[in-house]
Design a protein around this ligand. Structure first.
Ligand SMILES: [Zn+2]
Length: 163
């Protein structure tokens, strides 16, 4: 069925949707809508959702930071660049956590279009490659890509809903 994003007005289709449930095209729209409801109600926009979003941003920041440190501290040994294990594994672990949270948030926001599934699968494959090759770089690419896609609605202006 055809639905319209409650926040940005983007039309998209869902296999099925509960008529009384608000749908959003991405996590960013779900977050922005939730925060603007709080502000409109006179409450501080410190919803658990916002705190969770900041938490994910913090994890993602640390994932990139550990990756950077790993790259800076890598030493050449036996013809290969070796970075301290705890930095590489820490960055990969954070990457897996961020990816899972992003996918869950995006899924529950109602974003289930083909392009969403393709991005879940594509970035998931990138993450598996990263873990397989013990390389934080593809994991950083995967979470940055998925995060940018999931939160794109935050940058959008609210448009009047067409009835
Ligand atoms: Zn939207």
């Amino acid at each position: 069925m055809r639905v319209v994003c409650e926040h940005c007005g983007l039309p998209f289709s869902l296999p099925r949707a509960a008529p009384d449930r608000r749908v959003y095209c991405c996590s960013g729209c779900a977050l922005a809508a939730r925060v603007s409801v709080d502000v409109a109600a006179g409450a501080p926009p410190a919803s658990p959702l916002l705190v969770a979003a900041l938490g994910v941003a913090f994890l993602h920041f640390n994932q990139l930071l550990l990756w950077l440190l790993a790259a800076l501290l890598a030493r050449e040994a036996e013809g290969a660049w070796l970075a301290p294990d705890f930095l590489v594994l820490g960055s990969l672990g954070l990457g897996c956590a961020v990816w899972n949270i992003l996918v869950a948030a995006q899924y529950f926001s109602g974003a289930r279009r083909l392009v969403d599934w393709l991005l879940f699968v594509g970035s998931g494959a990138l993450l598996v490659c990263a873990v397989w090759s013990v390389d934080p770089a593809p994991a950083a690419a995967a979470t940055t890509l998925l995060g940018a896609w999931a939160l794109r609605g935050l940058a959008k202006k609210k448009v009047p809903r067409k009835k």
